[in-house]
Design a binder for this molecule. Structure first.
Ligand code: SAH
Ligand code: SF4
Length: 408
């Protein structure tokens, strides 16, 4: 059941509003649309969290706003930096729950891995987030708050600032390729309103942290609106990737609502094995999923899907399974990202050997596919994929069930 974002008596949190919502909010107060843009920019480009800091707003409005709205971001609990420059923040989202956000600097980009839920209800058998159970969906403010936080923290980080000189700050060709069909994501005034885009240390966002983004559709798409908005973070749709285990109806909705780059967690070449590894497959089997992906690609900013395939020793990494995978995807435009499985306590799996991964990769490449093997980053601070655990006060009772079954 969806958790209400705000109790009725609570003031709305401006941080989680996209520009259309904020424009309505200000219109309801009798204010002009440009006020919404001003505040939106202060929040997301200026990184401010107080109305007092919005110095170009009329004083009367600055005094009125705290009575009718808040600016509430998740609070920082801990931060860690890996020897390879990867950074991880644990953010407090209340009632004992915490979410993890990871920044990964690479040669040509700085990628932020963002969470969408506290835990995950989908219970994939190889995933530590899934094994922690599920508490609730994150609000749009808590989702965009991760990027808001990371930008603030990274702006003060000399190493991140130096690294970001390596990647392009403003790719006009990407901007002009942006769709006009995604609501406020393509604001009419674009950059013409006079503000320079902020320096972009986070150049890419991947919705690959804790949770299943398509199970929190409204809040995730609202947060992505803000990421894409030129008055917000100004990221192109190619630079925002949503990763899903395959909630087919919501993938179809995403196509019209906010078509960003797509990654799909495949992990198995047939329904029999995928039913076990990714249980949502029992509801939306491979044939339906692949058809929905093909359809999605018509609107996607990249003309291919990235299939993620976690490499599990003697489970899904054989020569025969590689050939089966080639046959399964057929002529669907795709790339593969093989992910060496990251262990966590009491998991019933082992990571595939380097030889097995190499062999698997060669078969896919020989069939003409582009294949990457994910480098394990931030290992020393547990910031690698699938190790994101945060703090989940489980409401699904799953973690209790797991403990009991281990005790039995
Ligand atoms: N729920 C979404 C996004 C979050 S998981 C999804 O499933 O796609 C991000 C990626 O990490 C997914 O491809 C997921 O399958 C993978 N993953 C989960 N646990 C992992 C582990 N222990 N080792 C390696 N990859 C893992
Ligand atoms: Fe949820 Fe994704 Fe983990 Fe599956 S892999 S349990 S969908 S977070």
């Amino acid at each position: 059941m969806a958790v209400p974002q705000h109790a009725k008596t609570e003031k709305p949190n401006l941080l989680g509003m996209n520009l259309a919502e904020m424009t309505t909010f200000f219109a309801d107060m009798g204010e002009k649309p440009f006020r919404a843009k001003q505040v939106f920019r202060w929040l997301h480009q200026g990184g401010v969290d107080s109305f007092d800091a919005m110095t170009d707003l009329a004083k009367s409005l600055r005094e009125k706003l705290p009575g009718v709205a808040t600016i509430t971001a998740p609070k920082l609990m801990t931060e860690q930096t890996s020897s390879d420059g990867t950074r991880k923040w644990l953010l407090d989202v209340g009632t004992g729950n915490g979410i993890e956000v990871v920044f990964i600097p690479e040669d040509d980009r700085g990628t932020l891995c963002v969470s969408s839920q506290v835990g995950c209800a989908l219970d994939c058998t190889f995933c530590s987030t899934g094994k922690q159970g599920f508490n609730r969906n994150l609000t749009s403010a808590e989702i965009i708050g991760q990027l808001w936080w990371a930008n603030k923290a990274l702006a003060k980080d000399p190493a991140a600032n130096r690294a970001s000189e390596r990647w392009s700050q403003d790719d006009e060709s990407e901007r002009s390729a942006r769709s006009t069909s995604s609501g406020v994501a393509s604001t009419a005034s674009g950059r013409g309103s006079g503000s320079a885009l902020p320096k972009r240390i986070v150049s890419n966002v991947v919705m690959m942290g804790m949770g299943e983004p398509l199970a929190n559709f409204d809040n995730v798409t609202t947060a992505m609106d803000i990421m894409l908005d030129d008055h917000g973070y100004g990221l192109s749709r190619r630079r925002v990737t949503l990763s899903t285990s395959g909630i087919v109806p919501n993938l179809t909705r995403l196509k019209t609502r906010c078509p960003v780059a797509l990654a799909v967690s495949l992990h198995a070449p047939n329904d029999k094995l995928r039913d076990v590894l990714v249980p949502i497959n029992q509801k939306y089997p491979l044939a339906e999923l692949l058809a929905a992906i093909r359809d999605y690609l018509e609107a996607a900013p990249r003309d291919f899907v990235t299939f993620e395939y976690v490499m599990l020793n003697s489970v899904n990494d054989s020569v025969q399974q590689a050939h089966e995978l080639v046959a399964l995807v057929g002529d669907l435009p795709c790339k593969f990202n093989l992910i060496p499985w990251n262990p966590f306590p009491e998991a019933p799996y082992q990571r595939s050997s380097n030889n097995a991964i190499h062999r698997f990769r060669e078969i896919l490449q020989a069939a003409g596919f582009v294949v990457t093997v994910r480098k394990t980053r931030g290992d020393d601070i547990d910031a690698a994929c699938g190790q994101l655990a945060g703090q989940v006060v489980d409401k699904s009772n799953r973690s209790r069930i797991i403990k009991l079954s281990h005790a039995a």
